[in-house]
Design a protein around this ligand. Structure first.
Ligand code: GLC
Ligand code: CA
Length: 561
């Protein structure tokens, strides 16, 4: 069953958002010198590859996702030579390297756009989407989706920020550019791409108005999974097939049914997709409307994708990335704490439990920088301290009738900046991230939450992630086994099993901050169970079996008598 590129199934990946990873040259900004230094650390986690968020030159209107040159490295992060050094070293260590391919849009400072906006009759005129009259679409990051250009005297479309004009993928020359970019990096030796909002690249003809009254995503039905998407994806897939590489698509708001077309069958164009369903267990979409966390919703989302892709496709498993607030603050014990408390009471327990909740599902786990040490959301005291374009925009656009305090609290809960604070390496100045003042705020809890301290503590979140990845890697069942969920309506317990042939594992996670009683599945009565992993120190189990401590998580290996 293993096709040539199916190496990714056994693997786990680590995502690096470089600006906040580690500063190697002392200017306060994370860079490829820092990455080079920390590669052994990354390797030590037990991952097999890295996904780099964009490293390319960019004016940083959206921190790298607004690219002004696809064939180079941002001077803040190093240069091509340093990139090659990192790539070689990573390969030497047995780590694959995945680049971020951002082709729904470019920066408005990209030379293509600079030309395109000059007029209707130059070679780049049709590289972007220009109209005399805008439709009613909102953008996702910054106001309306159309911006008037004085020179060209037309509006251009930007589904994201104003400085991110959408490329016109219907233009075959644009698709050729995309393929050229892919080949360039593949020829250099990278092992695949994470494809940014790739489900948005084909827009419905005529760009019809979206639904009125629905903010932010009103145009989405007309650009998500659009009419030509699968033709375009097939073209890109062909390039990848010339190499032994993988493609992971980011698929915001794409439902399971549409996702199946990318992930399975003859038309398959992606090896995995980052779906968003399980990121909605506490919100409508992360940056806009917050709701209390709902475990049943989370489990439903998990199980839906697990069941549908079993034997047909493959899941990308994640809980964090650079677009979502920290998971302990959302789904763990952090959701109970106010601004004054820097480290939640059950920080460690819930941090480890969350690892168990997703790493043992069927799919390839992704860990986002800082997640492995249990970093939590930052709470800045003024909106002016935030740097993310959508956090600022949301603050000044929505919920304006509420008090300033409440509005700021919404930002504390939802901001993408929470995932973008410098990685906490040690207890020393600037959390050991840099010798000079970091480009962005360091979370004040770094005295407790940092790599150095957690390296020394055998019971740390960091060492627990290592144990999880190790256990998964050693078991075919935990990699390939079939997934089954138990007690889907239980509001505190998430329970699932993985089975392959004779071997089964039972995974139990308590999302409660109280001690609670857990029932075992009827089907497993009479089976012998051996606990192979627990997030509490060994030897201190509560006897009387069915009682779980706050946020307790256990993995059992099951066997017939
Ligand atoms: C993706 C990226 C996000 C970016 C957006 C526009 O969702 O992950 O960071 O803002 O695309 O490129
Ligand atoms: Ca630097």
């Amino acid at each position: 069953m293993m096709g040539s590129n199916e190496w990714y199934k056994r693997m786990a990946f680590y995502q690096i958002w470089i600006r906040s990873f580690f500063d190697g040259n002392g200017d306060g900004i994370g860079d490829l010198y820092g990455v080079y230094e920390k590669l052994p650390y990354v390797k030590s986690l037990g991952v097999d590859g890295i996904w780099f968020s964009p490293l390319y030159p960019s004016p940083n209107a959206d921190f790298g996702y607004d690219i002004s040159d696809y064939y180079n490295i941002h001077p803040d992060y190093g240069n091509m030579e340093q990139f090659r050094k990192v790539l070689d070293k990573a390969h030497e260590l047995g780590l694959k390297v995945m680049m971020d391919l951002v082709v729904n849009h470019t920066s408005d400072e990209h030379p293509w756009f600079v030309e395109s906006r000059k007029g209707k009759d130059n070679p780049y005129s049709d590289y972007y989407i220009w109209r005399d009259k805008p439709n009613n679409w909102d953008s996702i990051l910054e106001g309306k989706a159309w911006e008037y250009d004085e020179t060209r005297q037309q509006y251009y479309l930007h589904i994201f920020a104003r400085k991110q004009p959408d490329l016109n993928m219907d233009n075959p020359r644009v698709r050729e550019e995309v393929k050229r970019i892919m080949r360039f990096w593949l020829d250099l030796g990278v092992d695949g791409f994470r494809e940014d909002v790739i489900n948005f690249i084909s827009k419905k003809e005529g760009l019809p108005d979206g639904l009125p009254f629905i903010p932010v995503i009103n145009g989405m039905p007309h650009y998500k999974d659009g009419p030509h998407i699968h033709e375009y994806m097939a073209e890109f897939r062909k390039v990848c097939k010339e190499y032994d590489c993988i493609q992971i698509g980011e698929g915001p708001m794409t439902d399971l049914k549409s996702a199946m077309r990318y992930l399975t069958g003859d038309e398959k164009s992606l090896d995995m997709m980052f779906s968003f369903d399980h990121m909605m267990a506490d919100c409508i979409y992360t940056e806009y409307i917050h709701r209390p966390f709902d475990l049943v919703k989370l489990k439903k989302a998990f199980s839906k994708w697990q069941k549908a892709l079993n034997n047909k496709g493959w899941n990308a498993l994640y809980l964090e990335n650079h677009d979502h607030p920290r998971i302990i603050s959302r789904y763990g014990d952090g959701r109970y704490f106010s601004i004054r408390r820097q480290v939640p009471k059950y920080w460690k327990e819930s941090g480890k439990m969350l690892a168990v909740s997703y790493i043992f599902q069927q799919g390839t786990p992704f860990i986002y920088q800082g997640q492995e040490i249990g970093m939590t959301n930052i709470k800045l005291s003024s909106i002016d301290d935030y740097v993310d374009v959508s956090s600022k925009n949301n603050f000044h656009t929505y919920h304006l009738k509420e008090s300033l305090e409440r509005r700021l609290r919404r930002i504390h809960i939802s901001s993408r900046d929470s995932a973008r604070t410098p990685v906490q390496w040690s207890d020393s100045r600037n959390a050991g991230f840099s010798d000079s003042t970091p480009w962005f705020f360091v979370n004040g809890n770094y005295h407790t939450i940092n790599v150095e301290a957690e390296e020394k503590d055998p019971e740390s979140i960091l060492n627990f992630y290592r144990k999880c990845l190790d256990l998964r890697k050693k078991s075919k069942t935990l990699v390939y086994g079939e997934y089954r969920e138990y007690f889907p309506r239980d509001r505190h317990i998430y329970m699932y099993s993985r089975s392959l042939g004779e071997v089964s594992y039972l995974i139990i996670c308590s999302f409660s901050r109280h001690k609670i009683r857990v029932r075992f599945p009827k089907e497993m009565k009479g089976m012998k169970k051996k606990m192979v992993l627990c997030n509490y120190p060994a030897g201190k189990e509560v006897r009387g079996n069915g009682w779980f401590r706050p946020y307790e998580a256990r993995v059992y290996k099951m066997a017939d008598k």
